[in-house]
Structure formats: C-alpha cells, structure tokens
Design a protein around this ligand. Structure first.
Ligand code: ADP
Ligand code: MG
Length: 274
C-alpha cells in the first residue's frame, strides 16, 4: 500500500483533533479531503507528511512507519504544498525550483542527478513558467506564484503530493488551471494526489475519491457520486443544497439553496460548536 493510516489519533492538549482514523491510499489516486473548519484536515496532512506524530496508531508509507524515513528520502517520495505555497520573496522562479531539488543535493549542494537542469527546464515548460524564470516571486500574481510553488514541489519528483487548500487564494481561472496541471501531472507520472479542498464542486470534478472528516473522525469515504448527497452535505456542513450531475461527465455538483433554511436553529447549533 502506498499510504496507510491505521487507527491514528492526535490531540492538542484537551483538543482531540483526530480520532481513530483508518485510511488507505493507492498509487495514482486523487483524493479530496473535505470537512468543516476545525475538522482535522490539516492535522491529517501533517501526520501524513511526518511533520506531526500521531499519539496513537500509525502512518505507513510503503508499509514502513513514516518516522522511519530519513528527511531527504521522505522528500523524494512526498511533497507538500500549502495554501499560500510561497511568500512574495525576492528569489526568482528558477531559484525556487532549484530549492525543490534539495533532496537530490549532496552535502556540497550539488545536484546528484546530471539531468537536473533539464528536469527544471521541463517543469517550467509544463507549468508555463519559462518566461517567468528570472522574475522574482514578489513581482508575480498569486496565480503565477502558486504555479511556481507547484514547480518547486514537482522538482522534488515525489510519488505523492499533499495539497492543503491549494487554490484558496486564486481566482477561478487560476483555480481551474491549477487543478488541471495537477491532474495532467498525475496522469502522466502516475502521481498520487491528496488535496484538502474547500470547494466541494471542484473536489467532485477532479478527485476520484473523497475522505470526509467531521470533528476529527471519518464521516465518509468513497467516490464523489456516493458522498456528495444533499443529506451528507446537510449533516456535515449544516447547509442545504441540491445536487445535480455535471452536464459534461455527470460528476455531482452542488447548488446551494438560498433562504432562511440555511440558518435554522438546528444549523446554528451545529455551527455554534465550532
Ligand atoms: P482543519 O484543517 O480541518 O480546519 P485542523 O486540523 O487545523 O482543522 O484543526 C483540528 C483541530 O485541532 C481544531 O480544533 C484546531 O483548533 C486544533 N489544532 C490544530 N492545530 C493545533 C495546534 N498546533 N495547537 C492546538 N490546537 C490545534
Ligand atoms: Mg486546515
């Protein structure tokens, strides 16, 4: 198994962020992790990336505990992209991509792959970054900067990428462009993608499987068609929605209802918990 979470729990003080999580991820899958604010999505990603350790249970990468991997080896297998992937710093796009090569650099900082330069050129071409190569990040738009962040992650040549709400700060065009780039890369390299997603419709369009978290526990796991039902959306998010098949390929899409039903006492109770 590529990645396996077994009975994992994590608490911050008294706050139980995750409880008894079981999850299996196979190579090439595109998972969306969804759930309300505070439901444990980022904590789960932190366990997967080895940034945090589970209090109980375990996280296995290729059947070995994640904490048994050396840092550089882990970085060659697994790369993480945060919501705001890169701050607007003065490094150029090319320099940032080179930083992504650190798991392949020896103690002198020399890339051990003789094709490194070619790899970076190829990534820049695929992400339409070539013309931006020598521009500092601080001069780029949010969408261009997130593409550079994706380039840095690609330079790691990982098997798995973990994305934490990667399109939150992007306009709709860049959101779709970002998802398309990830999807193309997944298909071409058999990459495994795990993305925390806020936009449920975008998640349904691109993910072949969804993991639903609610107050630190798994509330559902399966394909979008099974999960994106008005019942589940109401139960988990306390929101009333219709669900309609996408005209192109039938992926379930949500249409949110308007009106007082969205703020019924029932809902505000649930929202009040968080
Ligand atoms: P999500 O990403 O789904 O919004 P998180 O995983 O960030 O949720 O948080 C889950 C719960 O754990 C929340 O109640 C949050 O307040 C708590 N939490 C997360 N990280 C920390 C931390 N470093 N210290 C204390 N509490 C935390
Ligand atoms: Mg989060």
């Amino acid at each position: 198994m590529m990645l396996e979470v077994k009975q994992a729990s994590k608490a911050y003080g008294k706050q139980q962020a995750l409880k008894d999580i079981d999850w299996k991820v196979k190579r090439g899958e595109f998972w969306g992790v969804i759930g309300p604010n505070g439901s444990g999505k980022s904590t789960l990603l932190n366990l997967l990336s080895g940034t945090e350790r589970a209090d109980a249970g375990e996280v296995l990468l290729h059947d070995k505990p994640i904490e048994s991997y050396r840092r550089k080896e882990l970085s060659r297998r697994l790369a993480v992209l945060q919501q705001d992937g890169l701050p607007p710093i003065s490094f150029t796009v090319r320099e940032v991509l080179e930083m992504g090569r650190y798991p392949f650099q020896n103690w002198r900082g020399t890339d051990m792959d003789e094709h490194a330069e070619h790899i970076l050129e190829d990534i820049m071409q695929r992400l339409d970054l070539t013309s931006l190569a020598d521009r500092p990040l601080s001069s780029l738009s949010g969408g261009q900067r997130q593409r550079a962040a994706l380039g840095k992650v690609m330079a790691q040549q990982p098997e798995i990428i973990l994305l934490d709400e990667p399109t939150t700060f992007l306009d709709i065009r860049y959101q779709l462009q970002f998802m398309e780039l990830v999807e193309t890369w997944r298909q071409q390299e058999d990459l495994t993608v795990i993305a925390v997603m806020h936009d449920l419709n975008l998640a349904s369009l691109y993910c072949n499987a969804l993991l639903v978290l609610d107050r630190g526990q798994v509330a559902g796991s399966g394909c979008p068609k099974q999960l994106m039902t008005p019942e589940l959306i109401r139960r988990i998010f306390a929101v009333h929605a219709y669900n309609v098949p996408h005209p192109d390929h039938g992926e379930p899409q949500l249409l949110y209802r308007k009106g007082p039903s969205q703020t019924s006492p029932d809902n505000s109770d649930r929202i009040g918990i968080r």
